[in-house]
Design a protein around this ligand. Sequence first.
Ligand SMILES: Nc1ncnc2c1ncn2[C@@H]1O[C@H](COP(=O)(O)OP(=O)(O)O)[C@@H](O)[C@H]1O
Ligand SMILES: [Mg+2]
Length: 228
Amino acid sequence: MTSVVLKQELHANTRRTRLTYRGTVDGRPAAIKCYRRPLFGLFHWLRAQYRGRRLRAAGAAVPGLVYSGWFAAERCFCFATAFLENYRSLRAVLTEEPSRTRQLALVAVLGRSLADAHNKGILQPDCNLTNFMLGDNDVLAFVDEDDIRVYRAGLSPARARLNLANVAARLPDEEMVATLLAAYLGARPAGVGAGWDPVRFRAAIAHWERRLAHKRAQRNITEQRRFD
Ligand SMILES: Nc1ncnc2c1ncn2[C@@H]1O[C@H](COP(=O)(O)OP(=O)(O)O)[C@@H](O)[C@H]1O
Ligand SMILES: [Mg+2]
């Protein structure tokens, strides 16, 4: 039987129904996501399992799957991926990085990684920057698979634009947004750049900025957060 051991809680949703831990699976370091609610937990886990398979088949930059199944000791279903050793979230890295040049270089890495995902028909709708993990040699991995989708027929221009705008809305200034966009378009097929609509992109960023502000207000977060 598979041995799953939890060592440290990494993150939980506000209702604490979905918790991510650092731990081990048969001795291998893993990030273990537990789906705790009896019925919804089963639903979310089944969805994670189904989507996880599709994502990996599409070549998504996600950590390898280590275990997915019943976790007897915690009486819940769990989904465990290989632990990304020495990786840090892009939010943490960008927030703490003192060099502007380096920040812009990292934003460009993000733009190229999103382009690569979009080229494969992959969409991460939850674009908060803790869902992008930066490793050695500026390798970027996507985590938080619950919402990631694969569109076999490819992403429509509108969907891709809205998704990039969701990421852009987390960046604190225009130069960073321009850097993100340039890196993104540089790694997409030429037709995407040729048909790019800057006005709609701007409007989509404003849409996400309003959504983020509303969410912060609901949670009584008053401080201005960069790289949210
Ligand atoms: N495979 C992994 N290796 C290392 N850390 C991870 C891994 N997966 C997730 N994490 C860390 O745990 C945090 C929470 O995981 P995530 O899947 O984003 O859950 P949530 O739905 O709670 O946001 C991530 O922001 C990241 O810091
Ligand atoms: Mg997350």
